[in-house]
Write a protein that binds this ligand. Sequence first.
Ligand code: DGP
Length: 120
Amino acid sequence: MDFAYDDQNIFAKILRGEIPNATVFENDHALAFRDLYPQAPVHVLVIPKGPYMSLDHFARDASADEQVGFMQAVAEVCRLEGVEAGFRAVANTREDGVQEVPHYHLHILAGRNLGPMLTR
Ligand code: DGP
């Protein structure tokens, strides 16, 4: 699989500071910020700082430090946002996964009952 990364995507621009974001948490390897079009009371995107276009790209090529740093950011978002009642983590991937932004991001959705995973 050839994971071609386009550094003009909107999240690359956020990482370079070219576009503002509402940061929830940041560490050496990941940035978490609020989704511009929230679909739940809590809707945070966690992205790696490295150039990975998808979850499978990140899982294959990111270093152990990057992967641990990313998951630590997920844990911090869950703690900071108070998701004791539960949450959903979603990684839309490529065409069939209806991924709009080609930089790996994990949606963390919470704050209400999120219903069935898929509607059809
Ligand atoms: P998807 O690639 O389909 O998993 O979803 C991309 C998400 O990114 C979508 O929920 C809306 C969000 N989004 C798109 N552009 C921006 C932006 O400029 N800033 C922020 N914070 N979120 C964005």
